[in-house]
Design a protein around this ligand. Structure first.
Ligand code: LLP
Length: 422
């Protein structure tokens, strides 16, 4: 459930009509609902209430500092994959001991930064990485809690670009090699093994791949304990999917996911960490846009809107579906017609939907792309020199711009002309 509902004929974000936000902020604009973000975080927190746990929000899904502060103040930890994300989490007031640092290519500079600032654990993904971290931690005179991300060779049954748990994917250490890797870590100064990490992919709509992966992690926990390692935490990654199309069957909910975790690893007495991103932020955000023109094509009508692939790349990149709805509620039983919904960018890939049935739309009408809160704004670019989309956070009946739309001058003034061209 989210908090984007029609009320008095207008789509609202909580208690605020989107028409009001469009008037003050313009379009395109991302709009987030604080109540939805908090509700989704709490669903995970409750789903793991059977034991010690920390829900570490995957910052990459939606990384605005205001969103991080909202979730951090509610008790969330954070999963970060770069110095930039770490800095955002700290700027939002999240203490280092609630921040997990993941990612396959952490640089020396990034390691130094998080070691100096404080970190809950670093999830290691390769042997060269663990040797480098050991050297840096030793030089800095600290001991850093670590896990190893294992690759369980499980098919996540999701889009190939976001599956990460098969042996052909670049992530983690093959689970068969894990005992040897942990044995080496035990000899390295500056590192202290605290657990195991796994993440098999994103937008999983079936619990079975999670179950398979977690079963392998449970077996590995016992093997590593027998080898003398202290496995006290299990970081089980993110990945639970969301319903993008209202017409589809809904994926499993956090409660069911929490139950699978309990069944597979609950007996081990470990603290559980999870790293959900999409399920917390996805349906907590929409991208609001305005129709520029309706163009009659051959056998189809194009709805040309003022958002484009640079603002929301998921349809172009993954063929992803987003429900698209008018902000002004259509009359009950209003006739529907098919549209190709496209942005102004100069390539045919800039298509949000083909033959999408919608009630008749006119130029100047506001429409909303639903489920755009995760991997929306964070993946935006300035392609075609379109300034980054602003972000707005709604809570109850108030709202605030949490990232302003840059002016054209701000965008252009980042470039510099070398003196030899002057
Ligand atoms: N932990 C790790 C190590 C990850 O790599 C990811 C996502 C997550 C947690 C969060 O997964 P989630 O709960 O959000 O599924 N841009 C793509 C999604 C990429 C996901 C990358 N990793 C999209 O728009 O569908």
């Amino acid at each position: 459930m989210d908090h984007f509902l029609y009320r008095d004929g207008v789509l609202h974000a909580e208690d605020v009509p989107l028409t009001e936000i469009a008037r003050h902020v313009g379009t395109p604009a991302y709009v987030y609902s604080a109540a939805t973000l908090l509700r989704h975080f709490k669903l995970f927190d409750d789903a793991l209430a059977w034991g010690p746990h920390l829900v570490c929000y995957a910052v990459k899904a939606a990384s605005n500092v205001a969103i991080l502060k909202l979730l951090g103040d509610a008790g969330a930890g954070m999963d970060v994959v770069s110095e930039g994300e770490y800095r955002r989490a700290r700027a939002a007031g999240v203490p280092g001991d609630r921040i997990v640092f993941s990612g396959i290519g952490k640089t020396e500079t990034e390691m130094r930064h998080v070691l100096a600032g404080g970190v809950r654990q670093i999830n290691l993904e390769s042997e060269p990485e663990m040797r480098l971290l050991s050297r840096i931690a030793t030089e800095m005179g600290v001991t850093v809690p670590v896990t190893v991300r294992v690759n369980p060779d499980v098919d996540a049954k999701t889009h190939e670009k976001i599956a990460t748990g098969k042996s052909e994917n670049k992530f983690g250490i093959p689970i068969a090699k894990a005992r040897a890797v942990y044995a080496e870590i035990a000899t390295l100064p500056g590192l202290r093994v605290v657990g195991i990490d796994v993440h098999i992919g994103s937008q999983l709509v079936d619990l079975d791949p999670f179950r398979q992966a977690y079963r392998k992690v449970a077996d590995l926990t016992e093997a590593l304990r027998a080898d003398g390692h202290s496995i006290e935490r299990l970081d089980l990654g993110g990945g639970l999917g969301i319903p993008y199309a209202r017409s589809n069957l809904a994926p499993p909910v956090p409660q069911e996911y929490g139950q699978v975790i309990q069944e597979e690893v609950g007996h081990l007495g470990c603290e559980i960490e999870i790293e959900p991103g999409r399920l917390i932020a996805g349906n907590a955000g929409i991208l609001m846009t305005q129709t520029i023109f309706i163009k009659e094509g051959e056998g189809r009508d194009f709805l040309i809107v003022d958002a484009a692939m640079n603002d929301l790349i998921r349809p172009a990149m993954y063929g992803a579906h987003h429900d698209i709805v008018p902000v002004i509620e259509p009359a009950p039983g209003a006739e529907q017609q098919p549209y190709d919904i496209v942005g102004p960018v100069c390539e045919s890939g800039d298509t949000f939907a083909k033959g999408r049935h919608m009630p008749q739309v006119g130029s100047g009408d506001l429409i909303a792309f639903r489920s755009a809160g995760a991997y929306g704004s964070v993946m935006a670019s300035e392609y075609n020199s379109r300034p980054l989309v602003p972000e707005v956070l709604v809570q109850g009946d108030h709202y605030a711009v949490i990232r302003a739309r840059p002016t054209f001058d701000e965008m252009i003034s980042r470039d510099t002309i070398p003196e030899w061209l002057d």
